[in-house]
Design a protein around this ligand. Structure first.
Ligand code: C5P
Length: 238
């Protein structure tokens, strides 16, 4: 397989224990993927685990979705930058001031992480949004919040593969779209309902694919990752 300079797959380490995550990454190559550490694993195993993964050569997306007053979020993002992570995220619903404070906090760090926003949680439908006083469909809110994140100087947003087309029409081409809900052809859907294949997501304009169980629960995670990379490599312009 051709050399990947910028691996597009981010493997979601949705484990409860560090030992499980460390066992899985023995099968993975940092040249072929990045890793996502989320709330459960981080709350249990913390920065020590992130450092251990980084020492193995992996770049880390720290998926903690910060949402608080600007000063607090800025300091949390600075702490993530000091930890050396590659990507960190905040909730766009924290507003412009919060996102700008986060951006400024990481701007001058030696290894500035990419700072992206969550727009609308995909678990929320029309009724959920109405209940918290948000008008319009989830798509309307995604579009508006992605625009806000872009104008606050963030690097991108997390979005579903279904939203990529819409966002690529309204935001700058360099704005990064990070998409979960990706399933290779024939893979189990698990609890994902609206999925896209890796190739379709990249073709539509996804920058990075967050993929968990199709890799972490595969008989051979290395083979599963290789097959995904082989499917998308011809579509990438390096
Ligand atoms: O195992 P699977 O590929 O479904 O994992 C997807 C990962 O992306 C999980 O860590 C999940 O929490 C995350 N995610 C998602 N849908 C969103 C946002 C994040 O599946 N809208």
């Amino acid at each position: 397989m051709a050399e990947m300079t910028d691996p597009r797959v981010i493997v979601a380490l949705d484990f409860s224990e560090a030992a499980q995550a460390l066992a899985l990454v023995e099968y993975l190559d940092p040249a072929q993927c990045r890793l996502k550490v989320g709330k459960e694993l981080f709350t249990r195993s913390g920065p020590v685990l992130v450092e251990a993964l980084q020492e193995k050569g992996f770049e880390i997306f720290l998926d903690l979705k910060f949402h608080d007053i600007p000063n607090t979020v800025a300091k949390a993002c600075k702490a993530a930058a000091d930890l050396g992570v590659w990507m960190v995220n905040v909730h766009a619903m924290g507003g412009r001031k919060m996102m700008e404070a986060a951006r400024e906090a990481v701007a001058s760090t030696p290894h500035r992480p990419r700072l992206i926003a969550v727009t609308v949680l995909t678990s929320m439908g029309d009724a959920d949004l109405a209940e918290i006083g948000l008008q319009g469909s989830p798509e309307d809110n995604v579009r508006r919040l992605a625009g806000l994140a872009e104008s606050a100087g963030l690097d991108g947003v997390v979005c579903s593969p279904r939203e990529v087309d819409m966002l690529r029409n309204t935001i700058d081409r360099n704005f990064q779209l990070v998409t979960p809900g990706v399933r290779p052809v024939g893979a189990a859907l698990n609890d994902q309902t609206r999925v896209a294949t890796p190739a379709d997501a990249i073709r539509a304009g996804s920058s990075y694919l967050v993929i968990g169980r199709p890799i972490t629960q595969a008989d051979d995670p290395r083979v599963a990752l290789k097959a995904i990379n082989e499917g998308i490599l011809p579509l990438l312009s390096h």
